[in-house]
Every structure is written in C-alpha cells, then in structure tokens.
Design a protein around this ligand. Structure first.
Ligand SMILES: Nc1ncnc2c1ncn2[C@@H]1O[C@H](COP(=O)(O)OP(=O)(O)OP(=O)(O)O)[C@@H](O)[C@H]1O
Length: 424
C-alpha cells in the first residue's frame, strides 16, 4: 500500500487588491445609443429597445471587480455580449456609459493619449485567430509589441526570446508562423502579449480555434503561467468546462447581463437559477469540487500533549478508529489507530511516537476530488492540509464516493464531525 501520497497542488495566489472595477457598464450599438440608454434606464429590456429604436444592447449594465492576479472567466453563449464587454475594457469598443476603473483610474473616460499609454503599459490582448504576421518570424512577431513601443531591437529581441522560452518555443524563434501548428501559433500570440509585460491579459476566446487536445494543453499552460507570473487575466469562453477548469471565478453572461458570478465550486454546488443549473447538468463535479469542500473537521491529537493512554481515551470518546497527530505548528506528522494504541498499552508502551504511523495520505485542500479518487482504495482517511501545510481535517473515502454521486449527494456542504470540545 502506497500511503505516502502528498498531492502538491499550489493554491493560486489571490491577493485582496482590486485590479479592475467595472461599474454599470453599458454598450448599445446603433444610430441612437443615447435613446437606447434612456429606455434601458427606464427598465425596457433588450428586445423592446431593439423594437423601438433599432439599437442593439450588447452589454446592458454590468458591475464587477477583478482582483490582482485573478483569472476571471466570462462565459456565455454566442451573442450574450462577452466580446463586447472585454473590448470595452480596453476601449476597442467605446462603452456607451459606465466606468472601467483600472488601478484607481477610469479608463473609460481618459483621453486618447492616456488610453494609448494604458494599452501600451497595462493591458495586452490575445485573440482567437492568433493575428500573427505571416511574413515575420516567431521572434519578430513576439518582439512586435516592444518595437511599437520604441524598445531598441537588441533589448526587444532579448525580451522576445526570454518570453518564448517561458511558453516553450525558443527553439522555433527563427521559423515562420506557417511552419507552426495551431497550438504553437497561439503560444506565439500569448508570448507576444506577455513580452510587453502587461499587468492585465485580455483573452478573447483565445483557445477557441484549437483542437480539443491542444486546447487542453493550452489551458494547462495558461494555468501554469498564471501561477508563475500572477497576471490579472480576463478570459472569454463559450465553453463551461473550460471556464470551470481554468477560472478562479466565472461570470455567466446572458443577453448582456451577468446571471451569476462565483467560483467554479459555487456555480456547481449553488446555481442561482435554472439557466445556470442547466449549464451545470453535464459538468463532472469531481473535476470542479475541491477536497477542502468535503473536509470533516476533526480534532487532532497534539504530539507532546499526552501518552498512548490519553490518545486512546480521546479516540474512544469520539468513537474514532484513527486519529491524526499534529505537531505544535498544526502540521500532520502521523496517524494512530485504536488497534495499534491498544496493542501498545498491552505491551506497556507509553510513548505515542513509537506507535504512530508516519506513512499516511496527505492532500492539499485545493486538490480536486477527481485527483484523489484513486486514493479511495486506502484504509486511512485523507489528511487535508491548507497551502501552509496546516491540518484542516480529514476526508473519509465514503465522502469522496458521495461527492461524485455514487452514494449520495453532498452538495458541497462541509461535513462536520461532532464539535465536542476536548482537552488534547
Ligand atoms: N458592431 C456591432 N453592431 C451591432 N450589433 C453588434 C455589434 N457587435 C455586436 N453586436 C451585437 O451585440 C450582441 C453581443 O455580441 P457579442 O459579439 O459581444 O457577443 P458574444 O457573446 O461575444 O458572441 P460570440 O461568442 O458569438 O462572439 C449581439 O446581439 C451582437 O449582434
């Protein structure tokens, strides 16, 4: 039995600082957007505004905040307003009203010169169609944004090669886009955006043109880059699986509005209406739910606080067959079972260290249930730790099975043990 599993899933850093704050953003297409806006404010819906004025409401008034380092996905069906919204953020499309505050500055209302500066220094966009220049090499394409900014060739080339290395394409620097596969071309698109070192990446259906397998690679690549570079990413997708897989938070958009914004787990376990519920119908919950959401809070035994006898008494009181032992920093360091403790007592062993099993399954709370499902075969419950390595509780194998629907629905609630206070 291989019980020493330590699935090391780095939890994404999500600092508290707001990077983008969008307030009541509206975009109305047509000849008389002001008239459309007036009707919108009077409470008319999209269809009614179209009938009365011929104007199309692309975005009907959305407000949201994105944190520094967050990967925020806007997901919706065709025509829901995703592209319009993301283009309003850098004003490739001029908003009709509302604010787009980036680092305390309302980008929706700065003059064109300042807007160009913001685009050059803070935001870069990655498009679905790659938009590479066919007559330029991979390195030249990557360097392009830097050249436009007036960075000298030597420096620009150095930065381009460095960035190509990050996306794994440095060996292809002197090739032309036509020699590359679709996935590789999109990596160049990504490298070109990253080369300018923007704080914010705007990605409009960036992987939409890729084959499923390559798309999966690119999703993994983006998540890896995100962990490494901590950019703020706004990612548009019409694919709910992609959205739930890569997003720290996902906004589901419909007819120009956000229907629900939440973490993938919140959307799966707590859809606010039938529209969201329908989307979640064919989602594999095990791929979305984290072990942290089914962790049973349990009281561990603190090493140094007692003897074999006191550990056994504590376990009997809690009717537990096994109990994790933590050090004074609350890190799990071993597990004891009633059987081993009883045998130790019979043999007159008093020190818990001599009885403790140090080989046990340890899993980070941010690991998905799918990733730990194979550990169901093991005898011991999983010790769940946070990203600082502190003990959070245990997951029983029945919890894993229940969460993926084989025994019963858990609906993401934390399953708690009886919170009886004991002196350790
Ligand atoms: N330039 C435009 N002029 C008029 N209407 C537009 C224009 N651009 C978009 N629209 C309309 O705005 C609405 C939102 O379009 P948008 O392209 O933002 O949707 P989307 O969710 O990105 O769709 P897709 O996934 O197909 O790109 C649609 O009804 C669309 O017809």
């Amino acid at each position: 039995m291989n019980t020493n599993q330590n699935i090391d899933m780095e939890k994404k850093e999500n600092t508290a600082q707001t990077k983008i704050k969008v307030e009541s953003l509206v975009k109305i297409f047509g000849n008389s957007p002001r008239e459309g806006l007036k009707l919108l404010r009077e409470g008319h819906d999209r269809d009614s505004i179209f009938e009365k004025t011929g104007n199309v409401v692309g975005v009907g008034g959305v407000s949201f905040e994105i944190k520094q380092g967050e990967l925020f996905v806007i997901m919706g069906l065709s025509g829901s307003g995703k592209s319009t919204l993301i283009r309003c953020l850098n004003r490739l499309i001029e908003p009709t009203s509302g604010q787009v505050i980036v680092d305390d500055e309302d980008v929706a209302h700065v003059d064109l010169e300042r807007l160009r500066e913001v685009r050059r220094t803070k935001m870069a966009m990655v498009f679905q169609k790659f938009a590479l220049f066919p007559h330029l090499t991979v390195a030249e394409n990557t360097e392009y944004g830097l050249k436009v900014r007036g960075v000298d060739h030597k420096k620009g080339r150095h930065k381009a090669l460095e960035t190509l290395e990050i996306v794994g394409l440095h060996k292809w620097a002197n090739r032309y886009p036509s020699e590359l596969s679709g996935g590789m071309q999109q990596r160049v698109g990504l490298a070109r955006a990253l080369a300018t070192d923007p704080d914010i990446l705007l990605m409009d259906e960036a992987f939409g043109a890729l084959d499923p397998l390559i798309r999966r690679d690119m999703q993994a690549e983006l998540m890896r880059l995100q962990d490494e570079l901590h950019k703020t990413v706004v990612f548009i997708s019409h694919d709910i699986h992609e959205a739930l897989k890569i997003g720290d938070r996902v906004a589901v958009m419909k007819d120009g509005y956000f229907v629900q914004v939440g973490t993938p787990e919140e959307l799966v376990t707590n859809p606010t209406d039938n529209y969201i519920r329908d989307f979640m119908m064919d989602v594999n919950r095990a791929q979305v739910l984290k072990t942290g959401s089914i962790t049973r809070k349990t009281i561990p035994f603190i090493l140094g606080h007692g003897s074999v006898r006191s550990a056994l008494e504590q376990m009997q009181r809690h009717q537990r067959e096994e109990m994790y032992v933590v050090d004074r920093g609350n890190s799990p360091i071993g597990v004891v079972t009633t059987e081993a403790l009883t045998r130790a007592l019979e043999r007159g062993i008093e020190d818990i260290k001599e009885v403790m099993e140090a080989d046990f399954p340890k899993v980070q709370a941010s690991t998905t249930i799918e990733e730990v499902a194979h550990l169901c075969q093991q005898e011991l419950p999983l010790a769940i730790i946070d990203d600082q390595g502190e003990f959070k509780g245990v997951v029983e194998h029945s919890d894993i099975l229940a969460s993926i629907g084989r025994l019963k629905e858990v609906d993401g609630d934390t399953v708690e043990s009886q919170p009886e206070e004991v002196a350790a």
